[in-house]
Design a protein around this ligand. Sequence first.
Ligand code: NIG
Ligand code: FE
Length: 406
Amino acid sequence: MNAVLWRNAHAISLAPDSGWGALGCAAVVTVGDTIRWIGAQAVLPADLERDLGVHLVNEVDLGGALLTPGLVDCHTHLVYGGHRAAEFELRLEGVSYEAIARSGGGIRSTVNATRTATDEDLFERACKRARTLMSQGVTTIEIKSGYGLSEHDEARSLRCARRVGQALGLTVRTTCLAAHAIPPEFEGRPDDYIEAVCAWLPKWHAEGLIDAVDAFCERIAFSPDQIRRVFECARGLGLPVKLHAEQLSDQGGAALAAEFGALSCDHLEWVSEAAIAAMAEAGSVAVLLPAAFYFLRETQVPPVQALRRAGVPIALATDHNPGSAPLLSPSLVLNLACTLFRLTPEEALRGMTVHAARALGLSDRGVLAAGMRADFAVWDLDHPAELAYWIGHQACRKTILGGVVQ
Ligand code: NIG
Ligand code: FE
């Protein structure tokens, strides 16, 4: 088995219950896309090839650079057409996000731009965004649909997301967010739209387009009763669910999602104590999205202390989308999580690695340990807290996907 030895790393393993899990002068042996051995360089087996049963084909000296698990961006809306800069201007004049959505703008305006974009245009733009994330240490991303809102355009968005993963070689998990908003053809008929989504889901699933099912539970989107029908359909297909819940108001979405054993509940500014207890019981991850909080100039901070007390794992993501989070900077998200939500830098990094992986149902990544995927980020930094400290610093030297330097 051909192996690569990565030497002289300041490894941040994020092993459970070990703080940062820092190993000052570490070595890692990878075989193909998997970590075979990690530990202090001083205790590296003397006869590596014999002791590990591998054939060493390459050695990389990392020169003391910081080595972390590759970042996992577990909540993005990367596939869409157009932009919403005019809406940004309106909001700065005092018009609210909800008011814009109610007057037919917001998500709907991106739906128009997405439907009129060609497949190639959608693909090129999504690839460019994904490449930008990769250049900053991201090795796994989730991509949601949700700007097509028709049988044709949702499928097109999901296919585009799959194609991004194939083209760039990074792991892309696709999430169907057809229940994101009511499309114009179904104006005033949300229940009919939900029925249509439930009829489309099995077809998309049969085509292998969906890894999870999501919905937007909000006054301007869908009620818990409507989402329950979508979740029942997902359950019937054996698909896991997640939910945009309690972003702008408490609609009881997180408790509903927990009832369905959701992988994650996302946003959560307004989540109640009772719903947090239900999430803890169900093992759902809390995905916090500080960039959307910041960009919408929200003031209700998610109850981080209550999530910690309940033992709910906290993940972080960019939420990249044209309406509420037009950013492609994972390190800024780490910084915002610390400055706005008072996470510690260590919690923030776990939030974009191991807990984010869990929010996608992936248990083979997010920590540096034997048997895990060889997805790494190499940083020109001395201390891991710097990951959440610098802003606009471009500290990522290399991204390594499945043992391959990008
Ligand atoms: O995660 N909250 C709903 N969905 C997106 C924003 C959608 C949009 O405004 O285009 C979010 O913030
Ligand atoms: Fe979102």
